[in-house]
Design a protein around this ligand. Structure first.
Ligand SMILES: C[S@@+](CC[C@H](N)C(=O)[O-])C[C@H]1O[C@@H](n2cnc3c(N)ncnc32)[C@H](O)[C@@H]1O
Length: 331
């Protein structure tokens, strides 16, 4: 083990120190984001646009992302894309826009989808996806492309399906225009429409603004962070307008009940842990002082023995849902 102590938090890194840790350090330095190692308060800090979401440093987050995230709503997405393309999964060429570490692509390939082209702006997230999907890459079923959305660097009429999973809210920095307009999302919808074959399907998984504000227990812990973060998330009205402008016919908008955003949804001490917070960009928007306030609140409830009761009482994942799937077809 090279004299390096094992730890339950990062077992993978210690198992493969030379290849994984050293290449991550190199990447971090290369992209000059070492200042962002202390994630937090990104609403007050510039994130380099060339490699990033509008407010989250995914090269840093890639280290912990998979610990608490998976392909949420995949069964619904796969059923709809099969139904609306009216093609066998094996014949589909899917475009995974903002693919992250490749969780949705992996699940779709396991279901039998023929081919997936994956795009992300973060070299760290793509590196994780490559580790995960190397076998499929060798079989020619996946392609990785590093590119900044909203532009989609592909010819017209290339794909059967374009998926945006939990990515659209990263494209526009809302606080800069403070309206319900999201120019980059609007462009992304037009680009999706362009690269899709006629009758092709756009599939979006997202948390809608209303769902977020009323829904998940951990967003109720600090009202100020939640109020500031909320306008990043699109409204239903905006989505309808963006689809219409792009020539996409909205077919389904489904709130998935009892489907949590993070794998360890019921771990009520979660916000105390950096690894847990790293799986949700909400926490990158909070300042360090706000995160400390949240931690103090959790510790106080823990001490009083009321934490679980409070979290259950403030969670509406089973009645409101935390995730919405939106499906459209190109006219
Ligand atoms: C919340 S993660 C979702 C990852 C994956 N779709 C999933 O659901 O597991 C958001 C992803 O979008 C990527 N992303 C954010 N802004 C982007 C942009 N402008 N261009 C390309 N990728 C972007 C991030 O790097 C990150 O991998």
């Amino acid at each position: 083990m090279d004299g390096i102590p094992t730890t339950s938090l990062y077992p993978k890194y210690y198992r493969n120190f030379r290849t994984t840790v050293l290449s991550e350090i190199f990447q971090t330095l290369r992209s000059r984001k070492y200042y962002a190692m202390c994630r937090g308060g990104s609403r007050n800090r510039a994130i380099p646009r060339s490699t990033m979401s509008a407010f989250e440093d995914y090269d840093v987050v890639s280290r912990n992302y998979d610990a608490n995230r998976g392909p949420i709503g995949l069964e619904t997405v796969s059923a709809f894309i099969q139904f609306y393309t009216n093609k066998p999964l094996q014949e589909l060429h899917v475009f995974d826009a903002g693919c992250g570490t490749g969780n949705y692509t992996k699940a779709l390939l396991e279901l039998g989808v023929g081919q997936v082209t994956m795009v992300d702006a973060s070299p760290g997230m793509i590196m994780k996806a490559k580790e995960k999907l190397n076998d499929e890459f060798e079989k020619g079923r996946v392609k990785f492309v590093e590119n900044l959305l909203p532009s989609l660097p592909f010819p017209d009429d290339t794909f059967d399906v374009v998926m945006f999973n939990m990515v659209l809210h990263h494209l526009d920095k809302h606080r800069e225009n403070n309206t319900d307009e999201y120019p980059n999302i609007t462009t992304a919808m037009k680009e999706a429409s362009r690269v899709l074959r006629k009758g092709g399907v756009v599939s979006i998984t997202t948390t809608l603004r209303g769902q977020f504000q009323k829904g998940v227990w951990n967003y109720q812990l600090h009202e100020e962070i939640t109020l500031i973060y909320a306008p990043i998330l699109q409204t239903s009205d905006f989505n309808k307008k963006a689809f219409a402008e792009a020539g996409i016919d909205m077919k389904q908008k489904l709130s998935l009940l009892d489907v949590p955003l993070v794998t360890n949804h019921d771990f009520y001490e979660g916000p105390l842990h950096k690894e847990w917070r790293d799986s949700d960009s909400y926490w990158s928007y909070a300042t360090e002082a706000e995160v400390d306030e949240v931690k103090k609140r959790i510790w106080a409830m823990k001490k009083a023995g009321t934490l679980e009761e409070w979290c259950k009482e403030h969670d509406k994942t089973s009645t409101n849902g935390a995730i919405t799937v939106i499906i459209g077809t190109v006219l």
